[in-house]
Design a protein around this ligand. Structure first.
Ligand SMILES: [Zn+2]
Length: 232
């Protein structure tokens, strides 16, 4: 054995842990296609917490303004106000979640990477569970920025299922319609009306696009930052 190593025991490295520090909680990503009742699920979870006298903090990215700036509206008609709307690029401070028993995030696909990383840190530093609801991919079948980071960092990844608009298979993709024709075109981060998006299986995603656009468009490799602009 070469060299000399001297160890001086200075106590266990607790990594900041103490008996009084919060236990790290989980980061959840619950994803699904459009119309898969993600927002309804969020509202139900909020209701369950509040029935027990616990406090929830409901967040949403500022981009989703289809219904109102602060309201979280499910397709079933239930709604509530977000406690905090995150401005685009705003990295939320942990103090806004300090009193919460649970943090719920709607339209989480619109989060930035930095925002997801901040939420991940809340679960460690505050010991508060964070449950994010959102789309996995946009109408070009590419991951959203927020969804990608959630898939990378979440402890729990759960699919909220719904069926294809044209058959009984599970919908895995979101199809955009322009004037009734399936399309891969459109500005990035477009905010669309509800009827312009459908949850579909891969077969019907392909068939509808083939009927409305060139097959090459499916594999053109174009990086997409477009959003579905969809009600989640
Ligand atoms: Zn189908």
């Amino acid at each position: 054995m070469t060299g000399t190593q001297t160890f001086t025991f200075t106590g266990w490295d607790t990594g900041g842990w103490s008996p009084y520090a919060p236990v790290m909680a989980k980061l959840y990503f619950r994803y699904g296609a459009v119309g898969s009742a993600k927002t309804l699920n969020l509202l139900a979870v909020a209701h369950q917490y509040e029935r027990q006298g616990k406090r929830v903090l409901v967040l949403k990215p500022a981009f989703d303004t289809r219904f109102s700036a602060v309201e979280i509206v499910s397709r079933a008609g239930l709604k509530r106000s977000a406690d905090r709307v995150l401005a685009e690029g705003e990295v939320p401070s942990a103090h806004i979640a300090a009193e919460a028993d649970c943090v719920l995030v709607d339209e989480a696909q619109f989060l930035t990477e930095a925002q997801v990383e901040a939420l991940r840190e809340w679960t460690r530093a505050l010991g508060v569970p964070v449950i994010c609801y959102g789309l996995r991919s946009d109408f070009r079948s590419r991951l959203f920025e927020g969804s990608r980071r959630l898939l990378e960092l979440a402890d729990s990844i759960e699919e909220i299922k719904t069926t294809c608009a044209w058959c009984n298979r599970k919908a895995t993709l979101n199809l955009k319609f322009v004037d009734g024709v399936a399309s891969l075109e459109g500005p990035s981060r477009q905010l669309g009306a509800e009827e312009r998006y459908q949850a579909v299986c891969y077969r019907h995603y392909h068939e509808q696009l083939a009927a409305g656009t060139t097959p090459e468009a499916l594999t053109d490799g174009e990086a997409s930052v477009a959003t579905g602009g969809t009600r989640v």
